[in-house]
Design a protein around this ligand. Structure first.
Ligand code: HEM
Length: 413
């Protein structure tokens, strides 16, 4: 575990920014909930830049206001550090390759990769090519749940396999090997809290992707990895860029959707009237999906950035080498942008949330993610109009995990 040291100071007023900012513990959601941590509101109001205590060897900041988060996440002077290099360097002599996903990739290699992927992740491709397939996948999974219950578990039976099946089909990852790669992916994703486990997963994850790329060269298929291997062999992409894409799809391509979908279903069922409102007013679906994306603070909504030069904000200077935690989930509840921000309003029209980031590294899968959430909710509403949580069988949570989404979601219908 990364160390969490004792709380050393209450957030003080924003006016005190010229003085040393206070040091806070890493904010965590209350056990058994998705959050957000209660501190976010206080930090936004009183302490927009706080020093967060995560590792004695690193200086790290917590940034919670919408305007600051929006500006920093798109700032090219900030990069995404590899888990091998930050907060401390694992082993300075270590020459092993890093866990470089698209997020850690920079410069022309990153630009070239984004360019060749534009069409595959565009709104048009998602609507025309993937959406019908998504609906088939969703209906198939819900058929199995319906046949086996009630009750049924909407996480194990639906929210987990649905986006994983989609990304496996799209990219060409063998779904049958999930028992092998999922624990490593979860270790890498959990590196915010369990750094060493995440670092140990780097080598086997890279080896898994490299083997897969070799297979696509020998046995080309109709999938994105084969397409990128061809781009590589014709000199458009580097081999490293193709590996980073494979790693990105494993690490960023479905777990986030699983967590958002599980939390969305739980939120709709737990808050009186919300599920019925969406069931009876399907025209709300587009605003409802974006509102759920704004409202749900999965994994505390944190993106870790690293300053490559000194950066000035609010009279405070982030020094080169400082870590900056931009908290998307806190920005998405900023009362200066979102009226009544803690209320889930499925009809919220003006909703400039930042859950997909911004700038060169914004989420390339945002259209696919929106389509997955839309199709999943529509399929569930169609199949189970009277869906409900079960008295005495609450969802289970792993409070040691940073995921902050239920592990099981028992439902009746
Ligand atoms: C609800 C679901 C999702 C959320 C909330 C989400 C959120 C994000 C965020 C905030 C970033 C930017 C991080 C940064 O600035 O460093 C990002 C990047 C990324 N996401 Fe997503 N994502 C979701 C689903 C997906 C899906 C379905 C895919 C693909 C199948 C995907 C692929 C990626 C990739 C490859 C990047 C890195 C892009 C780059 O660095 O150029 N994401 N995502």
């Amino acid at each position: 575990m990364r160390k969490r040291l004792a709380h050393r100071g209450e957030p003080s007023g924003a006016g005190s920014m010229k003085n040393a900012p206070p040091v806070i513990d890493f904010p965590l959601a209350p056990p058994g909930t998705m959050g957000p941590p209660a501190e976010y509101g206080r930090l936004r109001a009183h302490c927009p830049v706080a020093r967060v205590d995560i590792d004695p060897k690193a200086t790290a900041w917590y940034v919670t206001r919408y305007a600051d988060v929006r500006s920093l996440i798109g700032d090219p002077r900030l990069v995404r550090p590899s888990i091998s290099d930050w907060p401390d360097q694992h082993d300075p002599g270590d020459q092993d390759p890093r866990l470089t996903t698209m997020m850690e990739l920079e410069g022309p290699e990153h630009t070239a990769l984004r360019r060749v992927l534009t069409d595959a992740f565009s709104v048009r491709t998602v609507r025309q090519r993937y959406q019908p397939h998504l609906r088939q996948l969703a209906d198939g999974l819900l058929d199995s749940i319906a046949a086996g219950g009630p009750p049924g578990d909407l996480v194990g039976g639906f929210a987990e396999p649905f986006p994983l099946l989609m990304v496996c089909d799209l990219v060409g990852i063998p779904y049958a090997e999930r028992e092998y790669f999922l624990p490593m992916v979860d270790a890498a994703l959990g590196a915010m809290q369990t750094l060493e486990e995440g670092r140990r997963a780097t080598k086997p994850l890279r080896a898994f992707v490299t083997t897969l790329i070799g297979k696509k060269r020998r046995e080309p298929a109709d999938d994105l990895l084969t397409y990128l291997v061809r781009q590589c062999d014709s000199g458009v992409l580097t081999e490293e860029a193709v590996i980073s894409f494979g790693l990105s799809m494993l690490i960023a391509g479905y777990r986030t959707t699983t967590m958002f979908l599980a939390n969305s279903l739980l939120t709709l069922l737990a808050q009186p009237g919300q599920y019925a409102q969406l069931r009876d007013h399907r025209e709300l679906m587009p605003t409802a999906v974006d509102e759920l994306l704004r409202y749900i603070p999965v994994m505390n909504g944190v993106v870790v950035l690293l300053a490559t030069e000194d950066v000035e904000l609010h009279g405070h200077t982030y020094r080169k080498g400082d870590g900056i935690h931009v908290v998307l989930a806190a920005a998405n509840r900023d009362e200066s942008v979102f009226p009544d921000p803690d209320r889930l309003d499925l009809g919220r029209v003006v909703n400039p949330h930042v859950i997909f980031g911004r700038g060169a590294h914004n989420c390339i899968g945002s259209h696919l993610a929106r389509a997955e959430l839309t199709v999943a909710l529509e399929a569930v509403l169609d199949r189970f109009p009277a869906l409900h949580l079960i008295d005495g069988q609450p969802p289970t949570w792993d409070d040691e995990s940073p995921a902050k989404s239920p592990l099981t979601l028992p439902v009746g219908w």
